[in-house]
Design a protein around this ligand. Structure first.
Ligand code: ADP
Length: 382
């Protein structure tokens, strides 16, 4: 029998020494009655037996920490209620600080009287350090985010100012430009017979320059007028939008002998109809303009998706070889010889803005007709 008890005690000790946490038990005066091997090592003791009879003040933690441990012991024993998951730092031998998570449970005798306390704790230093690092990082992130928001706001303000400046400057430039045009016409009519060939050539250059400048100014004006607001949304039939856009393109279509194949949804959409008309106009007009085929073909088609419409404007024109696909959507970016293809390089940047206002994206690809397809999306509800 005695042998069995001894065996049982050894077995219990084996279990206590094997669990990967620190275990101790104390009497009612917070004097250690025992501990497992892990705790003995943690406290710098040779064996668990050495802890018997010692108090926290005899172990390598500071007085302040020992005071705290005993305060918790007392409150657990006085109340008879366990305290679980107490997280606190502990300094060993005044050197290393570790974080521990402690559980303290009161021990009762047969008469339900508290006779001591059982404590377990685990070292959570690495977890705690990670947690503190994370808190630190999220604080830094918050500050960075606030700075970013502030810069964004400033940038938006600068953008607005810049656009207002571009609008005002182009508006004011129109007047003197009109004067230049008027006087060049006068010069042409009245004094051309007095000029030699070089003089007449110079006059032509001035005229061309003035026309191009006027087209640029018009471009800047229409681009800066296009504020990114979603005001003026209305429900309109797609086919109404396209038919008024085709009216404006009638001459270009006829002169170039273009074949138009248009397939659009037979439904109303919520949009800024004038701007969507301008978008189709620019893309179809480009398809006609950048086209050397005897019979230019423009196909307009669509696909209905869950939350948006996807449109395609395809042509059999000269194609686009630009490797940077975002380039041509920038204001004034043109890829071709300006003598061959008239324009001011603003059309596609306007298209991009209109599409963004409608919550969509625009991009292009080459197509099976040998030309370019422009694709864009429009959100069903903005
Ligand atoms: P613009 O038509 O006045 O030149 P855009 O902004 O509309 O200005 O177009 C920018 C450039 O993109 C054009 O100059 C042209 O080089 C290229 N581009 C646009 N559409 C097409 C197209 N359908 N086919 C080939 N090139 C195109």
């Amino acid at each position: 029998m005695e042998l069995d008890v001894l065996k049982e005690e050894k077995f219990l000790q084996l279990i206590l020494n094997s669990i990967p946490i620190y275990v101790f038990w104390k009497d009612k005066n917070s004097i250690f009655l025992g501990c497992n091997k892990n705790l003995a090592t943690y406290a710098g003791l040779e064996s668990p037996d050495e802890i018997i009879g010692k108090s926290d003040y005899d172990l390598p933690w500071s007085k302040k920490e020992s005071d705290f441990f005993r305060k918790v012991d007392k409150s657990v024993m006085d109340s008879g209620e366990a305290q679980i998951n107490i997280e606190e730092p502990i300094t060993i031998n005044d050197k290393t600080t570790r974080w521990i998570r402690t559980n303290k449970v009161p021990l009762f005798d047969d008469k339900n009287q508290v006779i001591g306390i059982l404590g377990t704790y685990e070292d959570i230093t690495s977890k705690k350090e990670m947690e503190l690092k994370l808190i630190e990082q999220s604080k830094e992130l918050k500050v960075k985010n606030e700075n970013l928001q502030e810069s964004n706001f400033k940038l938006e303000q600068v953008n607005i100012d810049l656009e207002q400046f571009a609008y005002a400057a182009s508006h004011d430039l129109q007047e003197p430009l009109k004067n230049i045009g008027g006087f060049v016409d006068l010069l042409d009519k009245k004094y051309a017979p007095l000029l030699d060939e070089d003089g007449i050539q110079c006059l032509e250059y001035i005229k061309e320059g003035a026309t191009r400048m006027s087209s640029f100014i018009q471009g800047i004006l229409s681009y800066s007028r296009l504020e990114e607001s979603i005001d003026g949304l209305e429900k309109v039939d797609f086919n109404n939008i396209i038919s008024s856009c085709l009216k404006d393109l009638e001459k270009a279509v006829k002169d170039s002998n273009t074949q138009l194949k248009i397939n659009l949804p037979l439904t109303e959409i919520e949009c800024q109809s004038n701007r969507i008309g301008m978008l189709f106009y620019n893309l179809i007009n480009n398809g006609i303009k950048f086209n050397k085929s005897a019979t230019p073909i423009i196909k307009v088609d669509f696909q209905e998706k869950d939350n948006h419409w996807l449109f395609h404007v395809m042509d059999n024109g000269i194609g686009i070889k630009d490797v940077d696909s975002e380039n041509i959507f920038k204001p004034f970016k043109r890829l071709n010889n300006r003598g061959k293809f008239p324009g001011n390089g603003i059309g596609l940047s306007i298209c991009k803005r209109i599409v963004h206002i409608h919550g969509g994206e625009i991009w292009y690809s080459s197509n099976e007709l040998g030309g370019t397809s422009f694709h864009f999306t429009i959100q069903k509800s903005i």
